[in-house]
Each structure stands twice: as structure tokens, then as C-alpha cells.
Design a protein around this ligand. Sequence first.
Ligand SMILES: Nc1ncnc2c1ncn2[C@@H]1O[C@H](COP(=O)(O)OP(=O)(O)OP(=O)(O)O)[C@@H](O)[C@H]1O
Ligand SMILES: [Mg+2]
Length: 464
Amino acid sequence: MAQGQTGRILIVESDRARQTELERQLSAIGHVVETAPDGFAALEHLEHSMPDVVLLALDPERKGGFDFLQEARALLPAASFIAMAETGSTDTAVKALEFGADRLLTRSVRPDALALIVERSLDKPLLARDAMEARSGAAATLPTIALMDRVVGVHPSMQRLFNRLLQAAKSRSTVLIQGETGTGKELIAKAVHEHSLRSEGPLVRLNCAALAESVLESELFGHEKGAFTGAVTRRRGRFEQADGGTLFLDELSEMPLSVQIKLLRFLQERELERVGGNETVKVNVRVVAATNRDLKSLVEDGKFREDLYFRLKVVVLDVPPLRARPSDIPLLADHFLRLYAGENDKIVRGFTQEAKEALVAYPWPGNVRELQHAIEQAVVLCEKDLIDTEDLPIEAPEREAEPLSLLVPGVTLAEVERYTIMRTLEAVGGSPTKAAAILGISKRTIHYRLEEWGVAKSGSKSSG
Ligand SMILES: Nc1ncnc2c1ncn2[C@@H]1O[C@H](COP(=O)(O)OP(=O)(O)OP(=O)(O)O)[C@@H](O)[C@H]1O
Ligand SMILES: [Mg+2]
């Protein structure tokens, strides 16, 4: 049995805190971790992924646990099932074994013991997988990762994104890709093109932030001869260049209002006029746009046209920040390690345990791009064949202690509400619009509460 072997783990746990903790522990060792709150949700997971080990927290209160065990056992004959029971719940535990669990643990198992047991439980499924791949001649890659070449993502949020992407790609609908800087929006835009029916056509990219207003307009729509000084010949714009393919408008939020209206007109009529001309040109172009700014609040500030925003928000692909998908971190790290070790002709086998844990714990404000650069630097500078913490250009974050007053039971709902609203506001830089969107409540409720707590003026900068 290989030392330090890693696999795909599905955690079924209704208690959010425990779920997160287990996910953190196991992904820090390099396992690919997925989570589900209950048996029903877990069964849905099995439709698109095949875990090697299933960790099932037995919850006698909740239905679905044993049904799940039975069905999943039949679907995944080679997987290892580990049931975790509350101490003292002997009946449930015995029943779990009857329904096909391979092992039984207490729900309060120590992390180091859990890591070891999970690793040992991988022997059987990994052997089975190797044998299957050898028989079918398939490459030894995880199918969930290879779903889209080059785009690594096994976290459920990324799997959902890929599913949406595949659906959206086939239509001609305009697609809006949103996400923080460095999350992979451009990669996703390329994937939309590659998976569309127009993948044989051109993919033309234009960064709206890179050009001045007047240049941007003629760059996009082209111009007629003599349209302005210097327009000595007629020129086809990016729209015409992208005919039969995809036009990727990057940093769309930076598009000036005057150009936005022309874009809207194109999206409605599918035709355009070159600058300085009145001939109407019909082109067959699918527009994919990306932004790392919140268009909705730009609309509120009058910097983005509301009608264009409504037009664009029909098909939105939200790329989650890296810190929200910890199970992708070790995979991406390995992906970049192989890439840069190859490029630099260096033999670097992997990461030390501490380095892996540090990578997963770090919040990655620059997202995948920051991770990519960190690994590149570590590969280039490291002198041993394993990358250690000191090779990584990141600092361990200070773990913030949650206020004691939020201990459950003991806390009031009002306190939870206040805490949640204030922390969300803090996280989005004080914007009630963004906080309201995250919390699923109206902006008015936020203003009302802030007023109530006497923090109306100081709590937010954009409330006035
Ligand atoms: N899921 C992923 N798998 C593999 N590589 C990724 C993934 N996501 C991002 N990358 C890589 O990370 C880098 C940044 O990605 P990308 O340029 O697409 O981000 P972005 O969201 O467009 O950033 P920005 O908002 O700053 O323009 C690229 O080198 C890209 O190849
Ligand atoms: Mg980009």
C-alpha cells in the first residue's frame, strides 16, 4: 500500500461545523473532498462523481441515511463506507453495519486517527480503480477533473458551474461570467466557446478596460473610410472578425455608457453599423462577457445601463473564489507543480504535509492566479524534491476566534442576525446591496436593522 495515497472522499454530515472541519482536515492531506448535508443530497452527488471513500455521519433524526447507504453500496461496490455514530447510539450503529457500512467510528474521532483510517480504506477502491483503468485502457485521471480539459475543479460548486456551462454553451445566449480577480473567468470563457456549436469559428477577445472610449467603439464595430481623421480605409471591427464564432468582452464593467448602448442594440437586433457609416451589417456572433465588479451596484451608481444588465443577467456563470472551494486547492497546486516542474526541468515530487495544510488554510485573495504564481515560485526556488512551507510565498493566516457569545445553545436569534449582517457587510466593504444579495434579504431590511442598532451612518459608506 502506497504511503500517503489520496483519493476522492464524500462526506455526508448534517452538522455544518463538523462538515467544514472534516473537509478541511481531509483536503489538507490532499484528498479530493466533496460534501453533502444528507443522504438525499449525497445520492445526487453520485450521479456525477464516484467517491472512493464515503464518510457517513449517522443522524437518527434525519431520514435518508440508511436508504443512501443501501443504494450507494449497490452503485459503488468497490468504495469503502465509513459510518460515524454518536457515542451510545448502539442501535443505529449496528443497523449501519447491516446496511453495508465497512467500518464504524465515533463522530468525535480524532483527526489523526481519521486520516489514517481513511487512508487505509483507500486500498480496496484504488486497487479496483487501477484494475478498471488497466482493463479499459483509460488514462489514470479523475473523470471529474477532466470534465473540462485544463480547468481543474472538483468542488461541488465547480461541478455545478461546469454543468451550467455545458448547458449554456450549446445555446446562442449571451453569457455573463462573474467572479473575483484571478478565479479563472477567462478560462471559463474559452471553455464556453470550445463547448459550443461554434467552436470551429473564431474566438475574438477584447479587453474593454484597455482602450479609450472612441477607440473602443471603432475597434468593436469597425469604421468606414473617412469616419475620422486617420481612418484611411474601411476597417472591420471585432464583431465582424468574430462572425460565426464568439466575441469575449473582458472587463465589461469598464465599457463606457456610449458603447454599452451600441452593444445592447446588437444583442437585440443582431446587427450593427460601423462608425461613420449607415450600412447595416448582420453578423452571427455569440457574446461572452466577464467582469470582476458587481454590475448591479454599478447600475445603481448610474455607471452601467440597467437595460443592458437585464439583458446580460439571463445566463450568468458565477466563478466562486478559491477560498470557497478548499478541495480544489491541493489539486490546483499539483496541477501547477507538474506544469512548472516540467517547464523548469526540475524534479519536484510534491508537497510536505505542512505545506499542503498551509496551502489549504491560506485565504488566497488573488485566487487561482495567486496560487499559480506561488507554486511557480516555489518550484523554481525549492532545493529539495518536496516543497515545504518555507518555499511558499504565503503567510499563515491568523485564525479568527468566533465570538463566544455565538455559542449554540445560548445565543439568541437576534444576536445571530446582527453578527451575520455585520460580518457580511464587513466582508463586502460595507455595500448594503452586495450584503443583501449574499444574505438573501432586501437592502431595506439591512438599512432598517442598521438604524435599529444605531450603526446606520458608520456601518456603511454607500448608504447615504
Ligand atoms: N480551474 C482552473 N484550473 C486551472 N487553471 C486555472 C483555473 N482557474 C484559473 N486558472 C489559471 O489561473 C490564471 C488566472 O485565470 P484567469 O486569467 O482566467 O482569471 P480571471 O478571472 O480572468 O482574472 P481577472 O479578473 O484578473 O482577469 C490563469 O493562468 C488560468 O489559466
Ligand atoms: Mg481575466
